[in-house]
Design a protein around this ligand. Structure first.
Ligand code: OX2
Length: 826
């Protein structure tokens, strides 16, 4: 029957406050009110998207009170704030995340179902905010959630790209890129902030004036200006206790149209300046761990860095009216070198605009800033031509020169050699002068961190060897983590429920309590339940695979999964070559006791990275042959899931039996997918690289399959001289695979399709695929044997979940808070 609004309100008033928020009857009236007054629809005609928008707006209302309370309390208690500057925030969908953290999921689910709306259906309609490429951007998103959870008052600062990472389609086996349009119907989570707008300058010249006492003041007269306007999205921590802000900047022209030009008939010319301004926040560069050397990219970097720093100083001065205590109240984290111009921009603002003396400004700048390095790959280390920086940011170039002159004097005075001087310099003088953004970040920061133990150690002997010699206390390690709310509770509700029933709710507030699960690894009844949850997750993934690729896979086969950006150093080609070898072996010996496997791949390649695209195509071509070959009797399937993103990952991670983490040792800084898989009980097959090293320490050598060369062995082999040709000749199974590909077995209509890929392996094999091939094959056959002993496999799987708690990003953030930012956590 229909209940009156008044009756509902009375029933609600009778509830305890904690029950009140999650009361389905009340949530139902809230949703209906939003549907009418915010969406403008009658329930009778509302479509699924309308219901989603209305429900999101209800959830958002529940966040806003807490958001204001958090902001007010941070202000009142004069808390130090952390500012996370990142060109990428790969947040994905927010609906389930916000509901879960507010503990509204059950109430909303019921309210919607009483309204005849299927929550699982509508939540799939929310677009992914794909404002990032891969691990670097997803880490920033996990950090935002963890900072709110552990009570660090924080702002994330980035760019509100109109178009996030491209949508990937697979056509005829090949990657095709389509624009992604997450904002097409608006974003119900964001709040535009008209009042937060800043002018960002480009180009022009520097004016120097002499004061009465002979001191000089520099002032930059930009030739071009662009407006940065803010859009805020609240970020709720676990149990809704604290809410932080993600503030993304949108670029607008200072004047929208040149009316005189328009009226004189030059319609394009009238808009050209406007378009030039808007293009700054138009698209996310699709480069991951590789260079994006374009002038527009540098404009994006300065745009968001300058807007963020202006905003930070404005907020600080408004509260304290002095810059004396800046470093006590402000910490700025530079996520990679993309915001490295913060070093020069903060100096400019302090010296030119706030009249601080250079030394005082420098002390503050270093105390405020810190820098995270995410890669050692030389092609990914940003450098910009001096003449470009000079033209675009003349005052910043001067400041960089001054910082450099002082640095080199100090280093020389300390007695370091010419060779060291040349390496620590902010300017690379070889073949065209360039600004080294890594060195600029290092020098301007009080702490520089790597993202896993091995990576931080390698930083000290590779990219930052000389800077580390000069500043031995600056480099510190902060091993990455992932948020257990999204990657366990939300992505794997089945496992979460089983864990709650088994070890209680403690792990939900402290992931390390997952250790209480250890004894259950030996308990057959528990293992059966654990296996049942896994099978359910695999069935869900099997549906997704069928829907997106048309391939039917058996959920009882081993799901062997490699999902991440496509890159040669990550070695998806090692995986697919070994898969082909397995295919050959099955055909040669079809009645051997093979372990049935489904090989799952997903990931995007940078649009211009032809070698990575060629690997995608090979995977699809191999799938085409293998999946249609009756001789393999469903013992092997190969699928490539198109358009890998956060939402796909939420289905994929919980469904893996085996997680592939097989980068050339020394090249994957950390990895975070490895952690998401492990948390859901996948076993890892991997090299001793990145955070795999620490996963080995935590789960124990019996519960992870490590194979292949170590980083040291890789280096030694390179020094000695690696001969891929001789290596391949010595491995008949690999040679057979390469010859088969080269002869066109997988591309009969285009026999030369893989000539480039195959030739590069024979001739250079920079990522040592052949060198690790036999070790990888042997490791895979061990996994086959283990699969046949399901009790043993599941015991290890349970121990992986039990021992992965340390890899929560809450732990990572607590370490940053204590050792870099100097802020308390709760
Ligand atoms: C990635 C790294 O490749 C990955 O190993 C790491 O886990 C992640 O950052 C988060 O730290 N672009 N993406 C990365 O580095 C760069 C540069």
């Amino acid at each position: 029957g229909v209940t009156s609004a008044m009756d509902l309100n009375q029933a609600w008033a009778d509830l305890k406050p904690a029950e009140r928020e999650n009361d389905p009857a009340h949530l139902k009236t809230e949703i209906l009110a939003k549907l009418a007054y915010a969406v403008g629809k009658d329930p009778v005609v509302a479509n699924s998207s309308d219901w989603l928008t209305a429900t999101i707006l209800v959830v958002r209302d529940h966040i806003v009170d807490r958001w204001m309370a958090s902001t007010r309390e941070n202000y009142r208690a004069e808390k130090k704030r952390v500012y996370y500057l990142s060109l990428e925030f790969l947040i994905g969908r927010l609906f389930r995340d916000a509901m879960n953290n507010l503990e509204l999921t059950s109430g909303i689910t019921q309210a919607l179902s009483e309204l005849d709306v299927d929550i699982d259906f509508i939540r799939e309609l929310e677009p992914d905010a794909a404002l990032g490429n891969g691990g670097l951007g997803r880490l920033a998103a996990c950090f935002m959630e963890s900072m709110a959870t552990v009570g660090v008052p924080a702002y994330g600062y980035g760019i509100r790209y109109d178009n996030g990472l491209f949508r990937q389609a697979i056509e005829d086996g090949a990657q095709v890129e389509y624009p992604e349009n997450w904002l097409a119907f608006g974003d119900p989570w964001e709040f535009p902030r008209r009042e937060a707008a800043y002018t960002i300058g480009f180009g022009g010249s520097v004016e120097v004036t002499k004061d009465w006492d002979g001191a000089t003041t520099s002032s930059w007269k930009p030739q071009e200006t662009v407006m940065a306007t803010a859009y805020d999205t609240p970020v709720v921590g676990w149990r809704g206790e604290k809410v932080n802000t993600l503030r993304l900047w949108r670029a607008r022209p200072t004047s929208p149209i040149k009316l005189d030009l328009f009226n004189s008939g030059d319609h394009m010319g009238a808009l050209s300046e406007s378009n030039r301004a808007k293009s700054i926040s138009r698209v996310l560069y699709p480069a991951d761990s590789s260079e994006a050397g374009q002038e527009l990219r540098l404009r994006q970097e300065f745009f968001f860095t300058s807007a963020s720093l202006q905003d930070i100083l404005r907020r600080h001065l408004q509260q304290y009216d002095t810059l004396d205590n800046l470093a006590d109240k402000v910490a700025v984290q530079m996520n990679d070198t993309h915001p490295a111009l913060a070093v020069a921009e903060l100096m400019r603002l302090l010296v030119d605009q706030h009249n601080l003396k250079w030394d005082e400004a420098w002390t503050k700048t270093q105390a405020v800033l810190s820098y995270t390095n995410h890669t050692l790959l030389p092609e990914a280390l940003e450098t910009w031509p001096v003449n470009l920086v000079e033209r675009m940011l003349p005052r910043h170039m001067q400041i960089i020169y001054t910082i450099n002159a002082r640095l080199l004097t100090d280093v020389k005075t300390a007695g370091h050699s010419e060779e060291i001087l040349e390496k620590v310099s902010l300017i690379d003088e070889h073949g065209g002068r360039r600004v080294r953004m890594g060195n600029l970040s290092f020098v301007g920061a009080h702490k520089v961190n790597g993202v896993a133990g091995l990576h931080s150690d390698l930083m000290k002997v590779t990219v930052f060897k000389e800077l580390h010699q000069v500043f031995p206390d600056r480099i510190t390690n902060k091993t990455n983590g992932v948020t257990p709310r999204r990657w366990l509770m939300q992505a794997n509700p089945g496992l979460t429920q089983l864990l709650r029933d088994t070890i209680g709710d403690g792990f939900m507030d402290n992931t390390e309590k997952l250790r209480d699960l250890e004894p259950f690894a030996q308990n057959p009844a528990f293992r059966a339940k654990f296996a049942a949850v896994k099978l359910e997750n695999k069935t869900r993934l099997a549906h997704l695979i069928h829907e997106r690729t048309g391939v039917k896979v058996d959920p009882t086969a081993m799901f062997d999964i490699q999902v991440k950006r496509m890159h040669e150093y990550k070695r998806q080609h090692l995986n697919i070559l070994e898969t082909i070898a397995l295919y050959n072996a099955i055909r040669a010996n079809p009645h051997k006791n093979w372990a049935p496997r489904v090989k799952v791949f997903a990931g995007k390649a940078a649009a211009s990275y032809w070698q990575a695209k060629s690997i995608i195509r090979l995977i699809n071509d191999v799938g085409n042959v293998v999946n249609n070959d009756s001789a393999v009797r469903d013992l092997l399937k190969v699928v490539f899931i198109p358009n890998y993103n956060v939402s796909a990952a939420e289905v994929i991670m919980p469904a893996a039996d085996l997680s592939e983490q097989i980068s050339t040792a020394g090249l994957e800084a950390s990895g975070t997918g490895n952690m998401k898989f492990g948390l859901s009980g996948a076993l890892t097959i991997g090299t001793l690289d990145g955070a795999n090293v620490e996963m080995l320490e935590h789960v124990g050598a019996d519960n992870i399959k490590i194979f292949g060369m170590t980083a040291q062995e890789v280096e030694a082999l390179r020094i000695k001289g690696y001969n891929p040709r001789a290596t391949i000749e010595g491995i008949p199974a690999l040679k057979e695979v390469l010859d088969g590909i080269a002869s066109g077995i997988f591309s009969p209509s285009d026999k030369n399709r893989y000539a480039g890929l195959v030739d590069s392996l024979w001739n250079s094999d920079h990522f040592l695929v052949a060198a690790d091939f036999e070790a990888y094959t042997a490791a895979q056959r061990e996994m086959d044997a283990l699969w046949h002993d399901q009790d043993a496999w599941m015991t290890k799987a349970v121990l992986n979940t039990a021992r992965m708690g340390w890899f929560s990003s809450d732990r990572t953030i607590r370490e940053y808070a204590q050792e870099i930012w100097n802020v308390p956590t709760v």
